[in-house]
Design a protein around this ligand. Structure first.
Ligand code: DX5
Ligand code: ZN
Length: 213
């Protein structure tokens, strides 16, 4: 089953509740929250207080993608705020045992991601601790970038080796390339600009989920 995780990075932050409800009512099961610190990536976005506010307006899975230099320092604040999935980046050299213990303590899921230049094999060391791997298919930092084709090989590698682990893909996913990543083995699809910049976001969510609209 394919899960859609619309990235609110492309939503209207002044109308976040409206935009989140729109995509959730249309059938999206996750809400992807991009947290950026201006150090790990050249952009600054959302902190735990926004997650806390989102928690009050939706029961959907809050899929929190930490693009920050020291994820361990902030992970607990996001878990307390109501995150259901915490994604950290391999490139931050995370203390996986500590962060795993933390997500276990809150009964939440852990995911490890990697940037486009990083070889996929680095993820092997996390396989016994994670519920999901996130393959970045753009260089993290901004919405609306073009999909990097070499991400497909990473998805195939992970799907073949880890049939039971969720594989999420994030960056440059549109209606016209989503089938490619699904065929490669991804089962959780992040889409930001393709959903929120669409003329009709609800209809676009339904189309992503394979419904005839
Ligand atoms: C990029 C973020 C993505 C971004 C995707 O650094 O991690 O989640 O919002 O946006 P689109 O779908 O527009 O590429
Ligand atoms: Zn993301």
């Amino acid at each position: 089953m394919i899960i859609l995780s619309p990235s609110i990075l492309s939503a209207d932050f002044a109308n976040l509740e409206r935009d989140v409800k729109k995509v959730c009512d249309a059938g999206a099961e996750y809400v992807h929250v991009d947290v950026m610190d201006g150090h790990f990536v050249p952009n600054i976005t959302i902190g735990p207080c926004v997650v806390e506010s989102l928690r009050k307006v939706t029961d959907k899975i809050l899929d929190v993608h930490l693009m920050i230099e020291n994820p361990l320092e902030y992970a607990e604040a996001f878990l307390k705020a109501g995150a259901d999935i915490i994604t950290i980046h391999h490139e931050t050299s995370p203390d996986i045992d500590e962060i795993y213990a933390l997500t276990q303590k809150y009964g939440k899921k852990l995911c490890v991601s990697l940037n486009p230049p990083t070889p996929v094999e680095v993820l092997d060391q996390y396989a016994d601790k994670v519920d999901m791997f996130l393959v970045m298919s753009v260089n993290p930092g901004f919405g609306g970038q073009s999909f990097i084709e070499s991400s497909l090989d990473k998805i195939r590698y992970l799907r073949k080796k880890y049939p039971d682990i969720d594989i999420e893909v994030d960056g440059g996913i549109k209606l016209d390339n989503v089938n490619k990543v699904i065929d490669a083995g991804a089962n959780v699809i992040v889409a930001g600009s393709a959903v929120f910049c669409a003329e009709d976001p609800e209809q676009t969510v339904k189309q992503f989920m394979g419904e005839k609209v």
